[in-house]
Design a protein around this ligand. Structure first.
Ligand SMILES: [Zn+2]
Length: 348
């Protein structure tokens, strides 16, 4: 480990040489590489963490550039999945760190594989379904995780330490119904609010990884940058006695009972389709063959293909297919239409 690079951080006495050494031997997983996940990943890599895995299911869009600091216009032209563009950028920031970008949709079939060995999990997701899946995995394995969210100018954060604090399920009874909450599609998002909560999230991760549990924030952080309000809400300290996840060990999201595989994407007019069983058995589809097949399909044009994805226009909408069979249909929020078009054109 090069001490010189991290000198200013080592001079901060709660970290010191010992903390820096611990950090160099530690690992974290960032789930979702959007506004929050981008900044958190960048800060962790600059801090000298040993290993960082970044999981993201999306392809970069122009509207992401307003707030997602790992990406630029060249990434947009290259059309890479965000996880792979993030990996490239993070390696340029700090080549000494082991960084792994995984372009995948975290779901019950792959969560235990993709989250394995994390000493802390950082929430950069945009939906409660995935957060409750992280919560289940964290409880089952005893892994700390840091819930973070941002909408408009408001940002929320809570440290969740299995067996020590309440869990996310203690706070929410179940997944909010579709359309019942504002999303970054309807309420927008202010980049500085996302970066602020990512900075707090990273600091909490540094406390965990350098063994400073006494410094962790207890309760729910609730900040509204536009209103200028900075609050820490002291949540109940003990877990809810009726919580199915942390009290009864019923991991409904990890066990897939509560998990759907067709989801609308926050911030995009798009639906994602994850074919059942594919992620689990590692099946790959032949994008070259599919691309050839689509060339004669009615209503399909503008086909472009790379080793990472196949993209085409389909009846005025855009569809992107990944090698694991996962697809994004842009231009709709209608999940049943997405399923229909997927089965008609991809045929899995
Ligand atoms: Zn709980």
């Amino acid at each position: 480990m090069k001490t010189e690079r991290y000198l200013r951080q080592i001079l901060f006495h709660p970290i010191g040489k010992e903390g820096q050494r611990r950090l160099a031997e530690s690992s974290a997983v960032v789930v979702g590489c959007g506004a929050i996940g981008s900044t958190t990943a960048s800060l962790l890599v600059r801090s000298g963490i040993g290993y960082l895995r970044v999981i993201d299911r999306d392809v970069l869009e122009e509207s992401n550039l307003q707030r997602q600091e790992l990406f630029d216009e060249e990434d947009l032209r290259e059309g890479l999945p965000k996880a792979l563009a993030a990996e490239k950028r993070l390696r340029r920031i700090n080549s000494a760190i082991r960084v792994e970008g995984i372009a995948a949709d975290l779901n019950p079939t792959n969560a235990e594989t993709l989250l394995r060995d994390a000493q802390v999990i950082l929430d950069g997701t945009d939906n409660f379904e995935t957060r409750l899946l992280l919560n289940d995995y964290a409880l089952k394995t005893g892994t700390p995780w840091i819930y973070s969210a941002c909408l408009g100018s408001q940002a929320l954060l809570m440290d969740i330490l299995p067996g020590k604090t309440l869990c996310l399920r203690c706070l929410v009874d179940s997944v909010p119904l579709p359309g019942s909450l504002p999303t970054c599609e309807t309420a927008g998002i202010l980049a500085p609010a996302a970066k602020l909560i990512a900075s707090i999230q990273t600091t909490e991760a540094l406390k965990i990884l350098t063994n400073h549990p006494e410094a962790l924030i207890s309760g729910l952080v609730n900040i509204d940058l536009w209103k200028g309000s900075f609050q820490k809400v002291d949540t109940q300290t003990a877990p809810s006695p009726t919580c199915p996840a942390c009290q009864k060990g019923e991991y409904e999201f990890l066990n897939a009972k509560g998990f759907s595989l067709t989801t609308t994407l926050c911030g995009s007019n798009a639906v994602q389709i994850t074919p059942g069983g594919n992620a689990e058995n590692g099946a790959k589809i032949d994008l070259v063959a599919l691309s050839l097949r689509l060339q004669s399909a009615l209503g399909v044009d503008n086909i472009s293909q790379s080793p990472y994805l196949l993209k085409f226009r389909l009846k005025g909408r855009e569809m992107v297919i990944f090698p694991d069979g996962r697809a994004l249909l842009f231009g709709t929020q209608d999940t049943s239409l997405a399923r229909t078009l997927y089965s008609q054109y991809v045929g899995l």
